[in-house]
Write a protein that binds this ligand. Structure first.
Ligand code: YSA
Length: 355
């Protein structure tokens, strides 16, 4: 800017201030404000020209114009900051608006799931026994030979111990480690940890080398029951299981006990319930017999009581073990156990809903 005098400088500064303030104040967004700031104070702005040519003014005028330059710069800068605050607040409000949730809108109800039928049955079985005063205990699925076989009076040459039936784990441990084949192992854990009286039910998963078919699976669930005290008799076992069958399958339910052999009981029995489909007349489900086998049971063998340090002269007890899948088949009239594991939602959602 050649030959600028103090009057020119004052006029240019005045115009710069006016135009700059107008641009800044009318900026409608942060981007527009940035542009207005560059136009008013940037290198190409008339204001900057005055600043650069200060040196060519006489001493007296230079001081005067210099003060004016500083005043205009300050006025423009503070106008930019003021506008920035206003625009930032507006931007914040706009974001909040667009993010707002209309709490008066009707909610979308999530589809309720349902408990798995096996969970329902396992819980129901346990609840029935809890109402009779039993305690629920659970244990590990990996067991030692002692808990799964030896302490249960199962002899070393028993066929259930072979690799044909039992899954052994190929890991170093205290004796042979295996996947438990029955929840009866929980009898031993429980009795080792407490003195009589004992009243427990133990639900859990068990493993056997089986080929799946409508009534057999290689992985299934059992609920074990055990009662030990002074004076417990076979009549207590029968009364308890009859009460269970009525609570589970209905008041008109009958039970039948037939002799059976398990090394850990003496005497041992199978408990069957009257067929709930034909009410005992005989049908396909009960294979014409009118009865459906439900569980194994018996009076705890004295050797088992002695293996856990109980006085077998003083205490007696009964035990039973039922298959949860078997109970669920009967309870819901399902024809094939494998259906419980196929994960078909159309099948699974037919059972009781949660909540
Ligand atoms: C017997 C006497 C007692 O004092 C205590 C428990 C027992 C039961 C014994 N521990 C036992 O496991 N007997 S069992 O081999 O006959 O199985 C018991 C129940 O499990 C069967 O009645 C059946 O309902 C179920 N079960 C057995 N093998 C199965 C199976 N369920 C599905 N798939 C399999 N492969």
């Amino acid at each position: 800017m050649a030959a600028m005098d103090a009057t020119d400088a004052a006029r240019i500064l005045e115009e710069s201030l006016e135009r700059g303030l107008a641009g800044i104040r009318s900026a409608g967004s942060l981007d527009e404000l940035e542009a207005a700031q560059v136009a008013a104070l940037g290198r190409k702005a008339p204001f900057s020209g005055v600043q650069r040519s200060l040196g060519s003014l006489p001493e007296e005028a230079r001081r005067e114009v210099g003060r004016r330059v500083n005043g205009v710069r300050e006025a423009l800068r503070s106008a930019v900051e003021e506008r920035r605050v206003v625009l930032q607040e507006a931007e914040g409000r706009r974001l909040l608006e667009s993010d707002r949730v209309d709490v008066t809108l009707r909610g979308r109800r999530p589809r309720a799931g349902s408990l798995h039928p096996l969970t329902l049955v396992e819980r129901q079985v346990c609840e029935i026994f809890v109402r009779m005063g039993y305690r629920v205990v659970t244990g590990d699925e990996v067991e030692t030979d002692w808990y799964n076989f030896t302490a249960l009076n199962i002899p070393p040459d028993h066929p259930a111990r072979t690799e044909k039936d039992t899954i052994y784990l190929d890991v170093p441990g205290p004796g042979d480690l295996l996947l438990r084949t029955e929840t009866s192992a929980m009898q031993i854990h429980t009795m080792e940890g407490q003195e009589p009286p004992v009243h427990i039910v133990a639900p859990g998963r068990v493993y056997r080398k089986e080929t799946p078919d409508p009534t057999h699976l290689p992985v299934f669930h059992q609920v074990e029951g055990l009662a030990v005290d002074e004076g417990i008799t076979f009549a207590d076992l029968k009364g308890t299981l009859l009460a269970f069958a009525k609570a589970m399958f209905g008041e008109d339910q009958r039970v039948r006990m037939t002799p059976d052999y398990f090394p850990f009981v003496e005497p041992g029995a199978q408990l069957a319930v009257s067929c709930f489909i034909c009410r005992g007349r005989g049908c396909r489900t009960c294979k014409g017999t009118g009865w459906i086998e439900l569980l194994g049971c018996g009076m705890v063998h004295p050797n088992v009581l002695e293996n856990v340090g109980y006085d077998a002269e003083r205490y007696t007890g009964f035990a039973f073990g039922m298959g949860v899948e078997r109970v669920a088949l009967l309870r819901y009239g399902v024809p094939d156990m494998r259906m419980f594991y196929e994960g078909d939602v159309r099948f699974l959602e037919q059972f009781e809903r949660v909540g």
